[in-house]
Design a protein around this ligand. Sequence first.
Ligand code: HEM
Length: 448
Amino acid sequence: MTAPPAPGPEGRHLMGALSSFKRDSLSLITELQGYGGIARVRLGPYLVHQLTGPEFIKHVLQDNTDNYRRGRFYQGFNLFMGRGMLTTDGAEWRARRDISQPFFQRAWLHGASGVITSCAEELIARWEGPAERGEEIELVDEMMWLAMGVLSRMLFGVDLRDRYAELAPAVRFSLKAMILTGEVSQMLPRWVPTRYRRDLRRHQAVLNGVMDDVIALHRAGGGDPDDLVSALLKATDAETGRSWPDRQIRAELKTLFMAGHETTGCALAWTLYSVAQHADVRRKLEAELDSVLGDRAPTPGDLPDLPYLRQVVDESLRLHPPIWVFPRDVVEDDVIGGHHIPAGTTLLIPPYAAHRDPGAWESPEAFDPERFCPAGRGPARYTYLPFGGGARRCVGYYMALLEIQFTVAMLVRRYHLSLVPAQQVTPVGLVSLRPARGIRVRLVKRGA
Ligand code: HEM
């Protein structure tokens, strides 16, 4: 006998909850969380189950992983990333992850962490003018600029901020275009000449062109022979023994570029926003930073002495997880929590909703770093998943944590960020969780 279907909202019309999902995806996933740990919903042509129950999430990410693949929602990502580590499965994925993994080990990242402090110093210098003149700055864009510098210098050995003016619009466009919404512009065949197609091709060409230049530079001997790009250039196919084609190397670079800087930039902006909102948190953080660091930049060895900094970052990733949802497709029929999960349908795992589950978190909407005290003793498994979980957990999680902790430490030591009054900071779920209209702040030099 087939298990019963999971509970969920009745489809109000043919397209189910698709229009609510497009209009306000965060409200919809939060509403679905109210059905318990599993909810069933129709999003246009797609039958979807949302999982927030930790044991159900564990089933998918850890216990029965072979039955859950990247699937149709991730295919949209290939438009801008190509088939790389994020969107492939099985042996294809393993080969890609194995090449990159060594560059995400703690020891390697600690050795390269000077890049983070030097990018943060540059930002501190860049902020001097606006601070003196009392000008507003837009925090999200500033953090994207910083994160693009860190990622490209640390992993590619070049500073792609030289091309920020071309790259930033391409990234912004891709964040919308990667999401499969079932809209006509996305469904039309490729040869139909729409404005969307023209823009798509233009932005794809920017990303491809930039990555080709990185590859060409390394081929010409202008890169570090021991860096990640050089490792990709040396990679060979396990079956044929041939070098990876350029398309595959480019896909890996685009994947790391897109998955690595945009997420971290959002996390930084949200963390600084929360600190600016909570004077008590800011004062406690400043006291810790002043006593441990004084006027010097942090090193990896300082992190154990900065527990409150880590708590603030962990809490920010809970309340504003940059990857607010991630999908899987179901290979064969399964039963989760006693409910039938049909083959060929899609699962959504939304950290944004799981992190607001009132069963797992007290006063979930409050920003309270104390809930992560003592730092390092994490919450129950699979209730907190800013970086996903299981074998597909974010390869760059430690790099992100290092970058966020160092940067927040350095910026908070130097500046008070005060939010421009009367602005609405509303999160919106694109591929990442972004403030809809940015975050405007004024800077005051500390001690000034
Ligand atoms: C705060 C920053 C970040 C957040 C919140 C984040 C979040 C995530 C999440 C939730 C996943 C799992 C997706 C899934 O299972 O479907 C993931 C995977 C991934 N992330 Fe991150 N990430 C961050 C930073 C980074 C950085 C810095 C890099 C690299 C430079 C990176 C590269 C990747 C890649 C390549 C994957 C796919 C891994 C695999 O499937 O093996 N991420 N990330």
